[in-house]
Write a protein that binds this ligand. Structure first.
Ligand code: FES
Length: 140
């Protein structure tokens, strides 16, 4: 018995199997696209922890909870979505160029999250930062 005969025996056509499979991965089914920025962001980083030591140096950055958290060359804390708005590749922070850079196709974004060079077509989601003592809160 081949595949079509097997499906026919079950009363199912090949087309309905394909349709069911595709519906399961559709964004309209409630799933989140890989390029969607994280929502409801609200977390705190302890700057005394060794895992967060990169944020003690101007130009340092780390990623956490789908967010790039960086300390600019001027010493300000900034936070944007980690994934590129083009095809969701993880971004890097380049303090010397004051930008976020995508190694995949070369898109660049300013430190304020705005798109500065394609092929991405939209800006990054930016999160707020608040430093209290040695605790850095990142939130939407
Ligand atoms: S995935 Fe970033 S530019 Fe294409």
């Amino acid at each position: 018995m081949n595949r079509n005969e097997f499906l026919a025996a079950l009363g199912i056509s090949s087309a309905s199997v394909i349709l069911t499979t595709c519906l399961g991965c559709s964004k309209s089914s409630g799933g989140i696209s890989p390029s969607d920025p994280p929502r409801n962001i609200d977390f705190t980083l302890d700057l005394t922890a060794s895992a967060n030591a990169a944020l003690l140096t101007n130009g340092g950055y780390l990623t956490s909870n789908g967010v790039i958290v960086a300390k600019t060359s001027a010493g300000a804390y900034i936070a944007v979505q980690q994934s590129c708005t083009h095809e969701s590749y993880p971004l890097n922070y380049q303090a010397s160029s004051h930008q976020f850079y995508c190694n995949n196709h070369g898109a660049t974004f300013s430190e304020d999250g705005s798109l500065s060079n394609g092929p991405a077509s939209r800006s990054l989601t930016v999160y707020k930062t608040q430093l209290t003592g040695t605790s850095l809160r990142i939130y939407a």
